[in-house]
Write a protein that binds this ligand. Sequence first.
Ligand SMILES: *[C@@H]1O[C@H](CO)[C@@H](O)[C@H](O)[C@H]1NC(C)=O
Ligand SMILES: *[C@@H]1O[C@H](CO)[C@@H](O)[C@H](O)[C@H]1NC(C)=O
Length: 330
Amino acid sequence: MSATVQKEAEAHVNEASSQANSITATPTSWKRRLLARKKIIIFTMVGVVALGLGLGLGIGLSQAACTGAKPTSTSTPSPSPSSKASIIQPSVGTTWDYPLGFSLTTSNANSSTIFYPVDLENTSANTITALKNAGHTVICYFSAGSVEDYREDAGDFPSEAIGNTLDGWPDEKWLDIRNVKVREVMATRIASAASKGCVGVDPDNIDGYTNKPGFDLTEDDTVDYVRYMAETAHNAGLAYGLKNGGAIVDRVVDVAQWAINEECAEYNECADWAPFIEAGKPVFHVEYTDDDDATTVSPSKLSKACAADGQSGFSSVVKHYSLDNWIVYC
Ligand SMILES: *[C@@H]1O[C@H](CO)[C@@H](O)[C@H](O)[C@H]1NC(C)=O
Ligand SMILES: *[C@@H]1O[C@H](CO)[C@@H](O)[C@H](O)[C@H]1NC(C)=O
């Protein structure tokens, strides 16, 4: 449900972006992806190796990030401890906004709002640097579990890893998150986030197994993928945040520095993310208005959005699905 909502928000963004840039999916790319819909053999060996590495490095990293302890000499060779030591850990209650549907700049940013995820591909390094210099914590958003046809690197995914079209979003298709090449594309995106100056990443759509991705994906695959991306981010000196994925919170809270949740109050799921608060990590929570043109929130909607069961300590806001510049802070 929540993932669908995010798709809706992204669709608005895509609409705006394709109008602005005249980037549209060509019939060729459509055909290529539709023909590519087939099951693949599970890369069991790769998964086992990746999980082993993920666990080994993950433990070392979480020690380094949480206690400042240096990784033990038994760790696999990895980037310098200094980059790990600099991984940010936002505190519980940090203020935020989710400006994926408009171009955030220092002119329209709120100086009291600290945590700002921005679109990785669509936000310049200059903008990111300026926002950081103005005191904001800037995170790079990308879709990790789907390919969006209009992305610059859309052609880098192997056809056998491209699955079903997301319901209602013909230019976006699920990915086989077990595929090594898919993971390499994500590693490249994470490196791009680091070189653009983001201090963390917000990889979306990690829980394809809850939908109909066209592959036999499981919850374990999602946990493995999240741990892989967290490790990759940490090795690049970046923080990692869990996006939605309530069912796996207990299994990945140790490697994530925050969680971003959409609509847990609407679906009475907020308690699923409470382990983040207990671990001293923020939960950035957004509820959506029914109407993208709404200029106010009803008292009943606001009290539900801001005081749902299990929501204590969350950083909660109400926004339009379009994730435009309209926001109500709890
Ligand atoms: C990209 O930026 C434009 C404005 O510069 C904005 O309208 C559009 O929504 C953005 N697209 C994405 C995918 O963030
Ligand atoms: C700026 O953000 C803070 C919290 O992040 C909020 O309380 C305040 O109302 C916002 N100001 C405006 C003008 O939106």
